[in-house]
Design a protein around this ligand. Structure first.
Ligand code: FES
Ligand SMILES: [Fe+2]
Length: 445
């Protein structure tokens, strides 16, 4: 069966096999620098990290570093993080400044990127101009509360790049959410193996068997241009990414159980408000309430409880809820698992040019009453810290290094993603192959 998506890309359900080069080749990892990272829109930070004029963060991707700075209340700029004298890095980490000052010979730039001081500039006899002293800009745009950068001056607008993904996610008002927690670590695997572990739900019965006790064992997946989405098969749209209540005999009990479990074992994909409202279901509804009604009641009660503490829920059409799925892969390296007042997000990046190592960040954003946003640090949290990562992510993480080792085996023919449930993996490699100008996944025969 062949279907076309909105932008006319052919999505075939034919089984494919993916080459292993993208995971293990050093030459490929090098080539990604120019062909992929220099061309794509990528998440640099959340806008909340730079709320005041003069706040900046530096975003690192391979050898490149980019300064993302708030220039005015409604404008963010991005520059290559390099001094135009002899090339020293200008800024490190994040902070607040009125000027970017190079620590080598003291040249200075305004937030707008204009050079405001170059010691003894007259000694260049006019060869240094305002124009060639201006910091080199990188394309920057915001969506959903994220600040994206793109190093390609010819890049299509961010909104066009995001396409259907942005249309589907807009009603969730992700821009109104703020960090609840942030943690990062390194994995002994390629960045693609790390992100691919979160773009499909097919692994849930195998990796997280405790999340399928009510029988939801299947997912649907769909490609939208460069990006993909998946959601729980039996019950699209509520309860979080990996949980499900399926054909539970008593939906009141099942919802309380599943949501409580997610809260405990993921510390994400739901909220305290929803968990509390779910725990009240048995007192508020008779045992024979139809499942759909139990869910509707839960949503209503949770929204009411949130409104009472100053957290307004977005108005999302229930039909849209189902269509929007629960887990979005935003090409190339971001995953967003969204709900009405929360999202669990991942970003994977290469760790230098070593194909066997990556940097992986996990964070939860949530809607908070104004002024009560917690502003957590991005905490380095090694895999051994099981208490911090909780059970579910720990289960996912245990696959990372083992997959990287396995794909190198002489006995491995290459990944063969599930044509129905793992379109997130297949489409990722189709799009990647276009950027990298390599062969697309081959038909599996
Ligand atoms: S390298 Fe920056 S002022 Fe000399
Ligand atoms: Fe998982």
């Amino acid at each position: 069966m062949t279907v076309l998506n909105k932008i006319g890309r052919e999505i075939t359900d034919r089984p494919v096999v993916i080459g292993i080069e993208p995971y293990v080749s050093q030459a490929y990892a090098r080539a990604e620098d120019e062909k992929l990272w220099a061309k794509v829109w990528q998440v640099a930070c959340r806008a909340e990290e730079i709320p005041k004029v003069g706040d900046y963060v530096t975003y690192e991707i391979l050898d490149e570093s980019i300064i993302v700075v708030r220039v005015s209340a409604d404008r963010i700029a991005a520059y290559y993080n390099v001094c135009l004298h002899r090339g020293r890095r200008l800024a490190q980490g994040c902070g607040h400044t009125k000027r970017f000052v190079c620590r080598f010979h003291g040249w200075k730039w305004s937030l707008e990127g204009e050079n405001v001081e170059a010691l003894a500039r007259e000694e260049w006899e006019g060869a240094l101009t305002d124009d060639n002293l201006r910091m080199k800009q990188v394309k920057v745009d915001s969506w959903g509360g994220w600040v994206f950068i793109n190093m390609d001056p010819e890049a299509e607008p961010l909104r066009t790049y995001l396409g259907v993904a942005a249309d589907m996610l807009d009603p969730f008002e992700l821009d109104k959410m703020r960090y609840r927690w942030r943690q990062w670590l390194n994995f002994p695997c390629n960045w693609k193996i790390a992100i691919e572990a979160f773009v499909e739900g097919y692994h849930v019965p195998g990796t997280h068997p405790q999340l399928t006790k009510y029988g939801v064992k299947s997912t649907w997946s769909q490609a939208h241009g460069k990006h993909t989405v998946f959601g729980p098969g039996a019950q699209k749209g509520f309860g979080g990414a990996s949980g499900g209540t399926g054909d539970a005999p008593d939906m009141r009990v099942a919802l309380a159980d599943v949501l409580g479990q997610l809260w405990e074992e993921v510390n994400a994909t739901t909220t305290q408000t929803i968990v509390d409202a779910a725990a009240r279901l048995v007192d508020e509804l008779p045992a024979d309430t139809p499942p759909m009604q139990v869910q509707a009641h839960l949503m209503m009660q949770a929204a009411k409880a949130d409104a009472a503490r100053g957290v307004m829920w977005p108005k999302i059409d229930p039909a849209h809820f189902s269509k929007a799925g629960t887990v979005w892969h935003i090409f190339p390296n971001t995953v967003v698992i969204q709900g009405p007042t929360f999202a669990l997000c991942y970003r994977a990046r290469p760790d230098g040019f070593n194909p066997d190592s990556c940097i992986f960040e996990v964070y939860v954003i949530e809607r908070f009453p104004e002024g009560q946003e917690p502003k957590p640090e991005n905490r380095y949290t090694p895999i051994e810290d099981e208490a911090a990562w909780r059970k579910v992510l720990g289960q996912d993480f245990a696959n990372m290094g083992a997959v990287q080792q396995g794909v190198k085996s002489r006995g491995f023919p290459g990944p063969r993603p599930n044509p129905v449930q793992e379109r997130g993996v297949t489409n990722f490699h189709r799009v990647l192959a276009e950027y990298m100008e390599t062969g697309a996944p081959r038909p599996l025969d």
